[in-house]
Design a protein around this ligand. Structure first.
Ligand SMILES: CC(C)(COP(=O)(O)OP(=O)(O)OC[C@H]1O[C@@H](n2cnc3c(N)ncnc32)[C@H](O)[C@@H]1OP(=O)(O)O)[C@@H](O)C(=O)NCCC(=O)NCCS
Length: 144
């Protein structure tokens, strides 16, 4: 049985470990500083999935975004479940927590962009009722 709760600063180490699973290793101090800011932000939600043992097995970050052209919506900015705890409903419950938060803020929809190489994420989101609305190229320019 997985339970969902809001993240707290003490989760920083586990969030960093799971971020590495996602492909983004983050030093603990950096994660702690990041989490401190996000937890203080009313426009962000960070929730964690907890196994019966108390181990945090997944996290999700959702945020309210206001765009000039389309107004406000909720975007899932990150989601990961530890590989050995997948397919037991943690991901579904984490997304549901963000949807509930977004609904409480009267946002019209929840969106998510997922890299095409994240093979398991696409049937996952479709199973949860998400429809693919477009395919994009992602650009980046380093600033030195
Ligand atoms: C995608 C991910 C979050 C799913 O988490 P999860 O806890 O395993 O998902 P759940 O157990 O809640 O599954 C929910 C539904 O999605 C389906 N699903 C999950 N993984 C799937 C897969 N690999 N293939 C097909 N369907 C899948 C399940 O069948 C389930 O449907 P059901 O409840 O009707 O059986 C997890 O695989 C993960 O962390 N992947 C790596 C990171 C990633 O891709 N993150 C998303 C980036 S935006």
């Amino acid at each position: 049985m997985i339970t969902i709760r809001r993240a707290v600063l003490a989760d920083a180490e586990r969030l960093a470990e799971l971020s590495a699973v996602l492909g983004y290793p983050v030093p603990l101090a950096t994660m702690a500083a990041r989490l401190t800011r996000l937890l203080a932000s009313a426009a962000d939600i960070v929730a964690v999935a907890v196994a019966p043992s108390g181990l945090v097995v997944g996290w999700i970050h959702g945020a309210e975004h206001e765009l000039i052209e389309t107004g406000s919506h909720c975007e899932i900015l990150g989601l990961v479940v530890d590989a050995v705890h997948r397919k037991v409903g943690a991901g579904r419950q984490l997304v549901a927590a963000v949807e509930e938060w977004a609904a409480s803020r009267r946002l019209e929809y929840v969106g998510v962009r997922s890299n095409i190489v994240r093979i398991e994420s696409h049937p996952f989101y479709e199973q949860l009722g998400y429809c693919r609305v477009k395919t994009q190229h992602s650009y980046r320019k380093p600033l030195s």
